[in-house]
Design a protein around this ligand. Structure first.
Ligand code: DHE
Length: 515
């Protein structure tokens, strides 16, 4: 009897949750699906999946549905949808899909938008400025980017980007084009000479970042969803190949990040769920003949030649989440999000050569290098610890942990500057930015340029004379400093400016900036 009652209860509760979810799905279909797609993979609006919404607290998601999102197409629904249904919608969009969605060559191709055919726009800049001293400033507050003159520190042009860009935009070798990746997988190619977005394509559903090959011919996109690496033709963003990210036994993995290793004629991909790092050759001529070079994967797709972009897998002891190259691109220094130590991998001999004493959660992707007492050193901020670690890149020993006012996100310097700048991104002191003397490894000054507001991420101009700092707020600013005297020069209002990217520093792979 008890068993029967229990079964009835189970049946009833299953039916109730079925009824609730059916109702929510109907509400979703009526109000949300036309922009975000019935399958929640996104269309005109962003994808509504837990993977894509990770940084949006549920409370905030509730208010976005109720009140809309400023400076976007998202209207408020508080007069159309009850509070209970809004809450149910929030729960619904934070529920994982029961399958890994497909986003193959066909879906990617169907999303392709060519706004201007290559060759249809002029070959000279339509404005006067030093093209190599421009900054591209990403304003995540209202999903725009600003082209900033790096001599006068005046905006040249401001344009709309895709929703939620992430990672550094990457430049073509001569600096004319810049490529952006959004968390929803949209890749955009922007012509700086003509101030126009020329092509766009959706390469994934949840994308990490992109890299541009040293020869300027290809863009590689790393995805969390699906588990793929996507090669695009850099000229018009046409898809070339979708590489399924799998180990030898077919276990698939998310891609943590991809980077171009121009001196090696390759891309490097860090994988989140397989303890391997991949080197992918974009020019077969340069692909060394090694065992372990894989030309094809069962589930990869290619437009023409499936054997192109061979992958060399380097097996590791631990997962590699975030990493940084040395300036010669022979070694990569990596950290796993769950590990106690970092690891140094020699890409030529294809194995780990040293452990790094790095605890907490170092953000190596934001690390920088410089020469200290005759040795190259690497400095990395830490997401969890209030310290900057300085590592000798000959002995691979940590030579100093510089105590800071809180965990940080980004670091920057320049070959011509004696200072390295490090932000405090987390905690009550996130208004602070530390300036470190590269010769003494001491903090020489701590700025609090906008009390109560998070100050973070700096970038130097091409000469290392000026530093541009962001105040990450909807009523935010860029603050320009003299890099030697550390005196403030100018403030420019911006909508939550995040990263700033100087064309020259990026294309010359300055040791003081991210690559
Ligand atoms: Fe980032 C770069 C990973 C959250 C802003 N971030 C990168 C890169 C990686 C990375 C691997 C280097 C790629 C590149 O530049 O091509 N970021 C991660 C995470 O794993 C993490 C912690 C969690 C996640 O949500 O993905 C994370 N990142 C954030 C944020 O919350 C930030 C502060 C706000 C945002 O815009 O999402 C943020 N990440 C940035 C920025 C860069 C970046 C501005 C480029 C830095 C640069 O100067 O090159």
């Amino acid at each position: 009897m008890i068993r029967l009652l229990f079964s009835i209860c189970l049946l009833l509760s299953a039916n109730i949750s079925y009824a609730v979810s059916k109702h929510v799905k109907a509400v979703y279909e009526e109000h949300c699906a036309s922009c975000h797609a019935s399958n929640r993979l996104g269309a005109m609006g962003p994808a509504l999946l837990p993977e894509n919404l990770k940084r949006l607290p549920k409370k905030k998601a509730f208010s976005v549905i109720a009140d809309g999102r400023a400076a976007s197409q998202m209207p408020g629904y508080s007069d159309k949808i009850s509070k209970e249904d809004i809450q149910a919608l929030v729960e619904y969009v934070y529920t994982p899909l029961p399958y890994i969605p497909r986003w193959g060559i066909k879906e990617i191709k169907n999303s392709h938008l060519i706004h201007f055919k290559s060759g249809s726009l002029g070959d000279r800049p339509v404005f006067n400025a030093d093209m190599l001293n421009l900054f591209i400033v990403v304003e995540i507050g209202d999903h725009h980017a600003t082209v900033l003159d790096g001599d006068k520190f005046e905006p040249v042009h401001r344009f709309k980007t895709r929703f939620a860009l992430h990672g550094g935009p990457k430049f073509s070798a001569e600096g004319r084009y810049v490529y952006f990746a959004s968390r929803d997988g949209w890749i955009s190619k922007y012509d700086i000479y003509n101030l126009k977005t020329v092509a766009e394509i959706r390469a994934g559903i949840n994308t990490r970042n992109l890299a541009v090959s040293g020869d300027g011919k290809f863009v590689l996109v790393g995805n969390y969803l699906p588990h793929s690496l996507v090669v695009l033709d850099a000229e018009n963003l046409k898809p070339v190949k979708v590489i399924a990210v799998e180990d030898k036994d077919g276990k698939s993995s998310r891609v943590s990040a991809v980077y171009a290793a121009a001196p090696r004629n390759s891309f490097i991909a860090a994988l989140k769920d397989i303890p391997e790092v991949w080197e992918i050759y974009y020019n077969d001529k340069h692909a060394p003949v090694y065992d372990g070079l894989v030309h094809d994967y069962r589930h990869s797709e290619a437009i023409a030649d499936k054997s192109s972009f061979p992958v060399r897998r380097i097996e590791l002891d631990d997962y590699l989440d975030d990493f940084q190259f040395d300036q010669s691109y022979t070694h990569l220094m990596g950290a796993a999000r769950n590990a106690k130590n970092g690891q140094v991998v020699n890409l030529d001999i294809r194995r780990k050569v040293a452990d790094l004493e790095l605890t907490g959660l170092p953000h190596l992707g934001s690390g920088i290098t410089w020469e200290y007492k005759g040795h190259p050193v690497m400095a990395t901020p830490n997401f969890k610890k209030a310290e900057i670690s300085i590592i000798d890149m000959v002995t691979w020993k940590t030579i100093k942990n510089i105590k800071t006012l809180g965990p940080g996100f980004f670091m920057r310097s320049h070959e011509n500057s004696k200072y390295a700048w490090a932000d405090v991104f987390f905690g009550p002191n996130n208004e602070a930015v530390h300036i470190i003397d590269k010769d003494t490894l001491e903090i020489v000054k701590t700025l609090k340029p906008s009390p109560g507001k998070n100050a973070a991420h700096v970038e130097f101009d091409r000469y290392g004379k000026h530093v541009v700092l962001s105040v990450w707020d909807m009523d935010g600013e860029l603050i320009i400093y003299n890099a030697d005297t550390l005196k403030e020069i100018k403030r420019l209002p911006m909508k939550k400016p995040s990263g700033k990217y100087n064309v020259f520093n990026k294309i010359s792979r300055s040791e003081g900036t991210s690559h």
